[in-house]
Design a protein around this ligand. Structure first.
Ligand code: BES
Ligand code: ZN
Length: 858
């Protein structure tokens, strides 16, 4: 064990040699999927040495030379350390202290794994067309050229690409020259980049078309798509221009380049990547088709763009010193994307959605014992890939939001401005951000934030009455008794808490327990106004009952109504309250009309449905759901009303899906009818399509299956393909589910899309066993596809998390005891913990839930 750790830790480069400038020339071959490269790295050496060690992975190095006193000295020996992803050059003479140029000639492959320098393919007018593109974050620049592949080794890059004439070549900056090269090729030289980290470099070569515009400050913004798709780029272009203008003002720092390119790539591992000046996207995260894109997808595009453009400052201009501080990038961008989208689309109520998407998601993951602190020690690429998770992103975003509330808008903004200015073109750790806020606000930020980013988990705040006082007590919250019992650490947090008791009161709970004078001790008290704090609230019985009326009458804001029910669901799962209490409290939401509140309720009930899937209570739960959702269905119906609110459109799809899933005949028959008409050519509103496909699948047969499958194969719009692909995992018939899961790794499905189809089977109660079997039988293939670090394997294994069946836990555990899963170690522990938790929840509350249903549904 010890040795293994040592190996993993010992992967950092020496400090006595660092890059100043890279001149890189690459020549990709789009027929044989290889590339040739030449680079000259200007380095600064502070200790005389024979050995030069660089990162390199799957590259074959032909020569390496260094000029010493105008004389070329070649490396005698070139050795690779594959485990550490290094190449070591051994020069026959010592390189003296000072600045030198190291010249390296190398070769590599354009791989099909969506990492490093890779190929992507698409169909155009019946022919397959290829392009080459890059994805370097976190540690894959080393697959494209030997380099100092650590975020603090910032440098200037001069990139040249040798490409067949007529191909588009894109990199971080604009070309300075395009010259004829040998027959049929040209060499495109790009202007020097700013001083930056390797993971932000990008090259894209292929056939593209684009549309362009300019910001008020003259930045050229272009959206590139593969051939035939530029008409889907308008929304993105508009968002990009406006978002860039917004950030320039907000951060008070001009975007440092004169161009921003955003490129839609047909094969892409994550959602998008913030390469400086050349942001790459999965097609679904940037393209919006006027006729076929849903409102939800459009919203997603706006958020992703706002996220990636935030990185141009937060991440690119100022970068984390090491991946331990990854959250400075991802947590911050995940927060500020909402600020930008709220400015651009004020009627989307995007901050309320934050409470469900980011805050809700983070509170879930971080309630496990197998979570991790936001700031976490990482060394090996496998460990780095693992932390691109909800803790870094969503908990990061949530604690920043809490801090923003504590500091106030102006202090928060000014602190950011100070931080960005002070550390431009440099690297930082978390403490530097706190110091900036302290400087402008004079508030003790480091002390306040210490445990929010330094230790795992978060508190549950218990609120009860103590005569005229509100008594608040904090403990770490665990989503299951099982996890709580295993925990020995005792942390307390400094929690800024606001509560509404006719008027707003703000307090700081820094001890385990404290009482606060109430102005209106007999009135309702909502703790954590606006759900700004990163904690859950558990009300005493009395205080909870007092909230029933204000919720039912919608006297408190949607975000607070959402928070109350979200925490109740969580407390029932953890065993702090019994599940009937939530179900009873849900009746307060009869007249609810807010999309995000319904989204929260629907999520809580889906989880319960998964828990009860194999019990006899399931039918009663369905009836309960139909009853609860019927009033809002009567209001919102099937038809879009011209000019209706953005969130009402989202609400309609949600309600219809929820009712249909619970076998509401009114919804099912219409869904089937519309689906059939669609096959006859009827245009279906894209906002309804996912609903139709899912419902048809859940209650469908082989014929429906084939219809969907054929549509999947023919469809060109990725967004539509995904809707269909996910529906393929919704069938009940196990034979069809087997077909789906095998189809997911066939040549009909892109590598980027397989995992979500596989997961749709794994999260279907009728597909869980099939999923387990599939994982077992295809593990080699899956490892080969996704096992090279990154976070995809982690996402894959999580699909089974909703099961409450002991057999699944046993099989899952047994399999992963024997099989390696690089980059998914923590995810596997999380899955086991969740399965254990579900099993104990069902054992504890199953019978009472059944009784409850029997008493309320006659
Ligand atoms: N920097 C990430 C891309 C990334 C993710 C690189 C994982 C390496 C590993 C990018 O900024 C990002 O966070 N993208 C998100 C979308 C975003 C809107 C949350 C993604 O890809 O999911
Ligand atoms: Zn990001």
């Amino acid at each position: 064990m010890k040795n293994k750790n040592l190996n993993k830790k010992n992967v950092r480069l020496e400090k006595y040699i660092s890059p100043i400038k890279y001149d890189i020339t690459l020549r990709p071959d789009l027929e044989n999927f290889t590339f040739e490269g030449f680079e000259s790295i200007e380095v600064d050496i502070s200790k005389s040495t024979n050995l030069v060690t660089l990162h390199s992975k799957e590259l074959s190095i032909e020569t390496a030379e260094v000029k010493i006193n105008k004389e070329k000295v070649f490396s005698k020996k070139i050795t690779y350390d594959e485990k550490k992803e290094l190449v070591i050059f051994n020069f026959p003479v010592k390189i003296p202290i000072g600045k030198h140029k190291i010249n390296i000639v190398f070769k590599g492959i354009l791989n099909d794994k969506m990492r490093g320098f890779y190929k992507s393919s698409y169909d155009y007018e019946g022919k397959i067309n290829h392009l080459a593109t890059t994805q370097f974050e976190a540690t894959d620049a080393r697959r494209a050229f030997p380099c100092f592949d650590e975020p603090s080794q910032k440098s200037i890059f001069n990139v040249s690409l040798i490409v067949p004439k007529g191909k588009t070549a894109i990199s971080n900056t604009l070309p300075v020259s395009v010259q004829e090269h040998e027959s049929g090729y040209e060499i495109v030289k790009f202007s020097p980049t700013p001083k930056m980290s390797t993971y932000l470099l990008a090259f894209i070569i292929g056939d593209f078309e684009y549309i362009e515009s300019k910001t008020k400050n003259g930045v050229l913004v272009r959206i590139y798509t593969t051939l035939g798709k530029k008409h889907q780029a308008n929304f993105a272009l508009d968002c990009a221009v406006k978002t860039l203008e917004f950030y320039e003002k907000y951060f008070n720092i001009k975007y440092p380049l004169n161009t921003l390119d955003m490129i839609a790539i047909p094969d892409f591992a994550s959602g998008a990547m913030e390469n400086w000046g050349a942001v790459t996207y999965r097609e679904t995260a940037i393209l919006v088709d006027q006729v076929n894109s849903s409102t939800a997808n459009k919203q997603w595009v706006a958020l992703v763009i706002a996220h990636e453009l935030a990185h141009q400052w937060f991440g690119n201009l100022v970068t984390m010193k090491w991946w331990t501080h990854l959250w400075l990038n991802e947590g911050f961008a995940s927060y500020i994307e909402y600020l930008a989208v709220d400015k651009l689309f004020p009627d989307w109520n995007i901050w309320t959605q934050f409470a469900n998407h980011d805050l809700g998601v983070a509170l879930k993951l971080d309630s496990l014992k197998h979570t991790h602190p936001i700031e976490v020690e990482v060394h090996h690429p496998d460990e780095i890939g693992e932390i691109f998770d909800e803790v870094s992103y969503s908990k990061g975003a949530s604690v920043i939001r809490m801090l923003a509330e504590y500091l106030g808008e102006v202090n928060f903004r000014d602190g950011l401005r100070y931080y960005l200015k002070k550390h431009s073109y440099k690297n930082t750790e978390t403490i530097h951000l706190w110091q900036a806020f302290e400087k402008v606000s004079k508030k003790p930020v480091s002390k306040l934030m210490k445990n929010w980013t330094g230790v795992s988990g978060y508190p549950i705040v218990k609120a009860s009455l103590n005569k005229d006082k509100l008594s608040l007590t904090q403990d770490r919250f665990f989503s299951s008794i099982f996890s709580k019992l295993k925990n020995k650490e005792k942390s307390t947090w400094e929690i800024p808490i606001s509560f509404e008791n006719k008027s707003v009161q703000k307090v700081l709970l820094s001890k385990k327990s404290e009482s606060f004078m109430l102005k209106h001790p007999n009135s309702p008290i909502k703790v954590n106004i606006g759900e700004k704090g990163f904690f859950r609230t558990m009300y005493s019985k009395e205080l909870l009952m007092r909230l029933y009326e204000p919720v039912a009458n919608k006297e408190i804001l949607p975000i607070d109504r959402l928070g109350i029910i979200r925490d109740l669901f969580a407390l029932s799962e953890s065993g702090d309250i019994s599940t009937e209490i939530v179900l009873e409290f849900l009746t307060a939401y009869k007249e609810e009309d807010d999309y995000t509140v319904w989204l929260e309720i629907a999520g809580g009930l889906s989880k319960l449905k998964q828990l009860l899937a194999k019990t006899k209570s399931i039918q009663n739960l369905d009836r309960f759901i139909i009853k609860l959702f019927s009033p809002i269905f009567d209001k919102i119906g099937w038809e879009k009303i011209q000019g209706e609110a953005h969130t009402d459109t989202l609400l309609r799809s949600l309600i219809l899906t929820k009712l249909g899933r619970s076998k509401d005949e009114r919804v099912l028959s219409k869904a089937k009818y519309l689906f059939n008409e669609m096959q006859n050519g009827l245009h279906i509103d894209p906002d309804l399509r996912a609903t139709l496909y899912n419902l048809v699948a859940i209650f469908g047969d082989k014929k429906d299956y084939n219809t969907l499958l054929e549509r999947y194969k023919k469809e060109a719009l990725h967004e539509e393909k995904n809707r269909i692909g996910n529906a393929l995992g919704e069938f009940k018939n196990t034979k069809l589910l087997c077909e789906t899961i095998n189809f997911s790794i066939s040549e009909n499905v892109r590598l980027q899309d397989s995992v979500s189809i596989i997961s749709s089977v794994g999260s279907n109660p009728d597909g869980r066993s099939i999923w387990l079997k599939f994982i077992k039988q295809n593990w080699k293939t899956l490892l080969n596809r996704y096992g090279d670090g990154g976070h995809t394997l982690g996402r894959l294994v999580k699909a089974i998390s909703l099961s409450a069946e002991k057999e699944h836990l046993a099989k899952f555990t047994e399999f992963f005891n024997k099989n390696k899963a690089p980059g998914a170690a923590r995810a596997i522990e999380q899955v086991k913990e969740k399965l254990n938790s579900n099993i104990s929840w069902l054992e504890r509350d199953g019978k009472n839930i059944d009784k409850f249903f029997k008493s309320v549904i006659k």
